[in-house]
Design a protein around this ligand. Sequence first.
Ligand code: NIG
Ligand code: FE
Length: 407
Amino acid sequence: MKRLIGPFKEIITMSEAPLKGALAEDALGLISKGGILIEDDLIVKVGAFSDLKNEANSIDRIKGDHVLMAGLIDSHTHICFGGSRAGDYAQRVAGKTYQEILKNGGGIHDSVSKTRAASEEDLTDLVKARSKRHLEEGVTTIEVKSGYGLSVAEELKMLHAIQSANEKVPADLISTCLAAHVCPKEFDNHETYLEHIATKLFPELKTKNLTNRIDIFTEDGAFDPILSAKYLTQAKADGFDLTVHADQFTPGGTAVAISAGAVSADHLEAISDADIALLAASETVATVLPGASLGLGMHYSPARKLLDAGCCLAIATDWNPGSAPMGDLLIQTALIGSAEKLSISECIASITFRAAKALNLSDRGRIKLGQLADLIAFPVSDHREIFYQQGKIKPNKIWKRGVQVVG
Ligand code: NIG
Ligand code: FE
């Protein structure tokens, strides 16, 4: 049964846009007065609405002007956490740095205490509520990290909570194990902790099918590049996809991510020109996190330079209780886009099919034959309005795998 949805004033297809490098406006692949034909959860055809009418078994008529695009993909979040870090915020605006707070035993450690104190059911409810909010803002695929458990049992609790939430919300939640976030207070040796995780937790992740992705925070005060490389090599050998928190404050992580064959290197506020060139020559996606820059009052990562060098750029929220509590992907993309002079097509690519690549997914992020029918429609008549309005206009109709979930 083929369902035709439309007409839409404009459809942003991005159907032929390349995975890497700068994009001009023609990459949007705009169709005006368009319609989209879907069958079950997949897109089967896109074109002029009037041409598709004959092929449809039913029509979902859209009233009023709308612009349609693929569902948004947030490829980096930490939305499984207990408690708040409003206290860190107050300390930072009074002059303490993020890293000082962490070194003094607060920061991530504070969220670890609060997350350990929460039950698996509490965490499931928190992830569900945050995913629901994200979906209502157009985010149909959400990566979610563990990393506030920092023991085998507590990391498993977090990943079970993410798995349960995934079964209860329409959005797809893609989990990642970030047991290597920082060294927990119970261990005084970073290397021993990482070996403990690799030997005791990795096999559980596989047998319980909890995640196929491993992340590490490579940074002063977290894990150094040498230990990170060893951990990632082990994870790769065990068959996991890799991603790295790289170059947030000091360089080093990007080179580790590339040589380990990571699917993405994320943050990049402190990336060097040499590492930008290495990233551009690699298959590793460069993921920038404007929400963390906003939260910490830091400069944005060099998104323009990354694209001009030829990188595949993704933008994600980093939604977390410490550095990035806002979690609004559209607003953050509009803000970094304006500051870094990103074209509209570069902004859209970085939160759709390029973000999908950061999750090793190629079945979503574009509007074309065979892609998942994850779709969002904005109540505007011109695609330029979306970022011009700085992300405040949200989609008012959302379909996840062909099922209308909003509007
Ligand atoms: O990506 N930088 C490391 N991890 C997170 C923040 C986590 C936290 O502060 O709770 C990030 O910014
Ligand atoms: Fe992060």
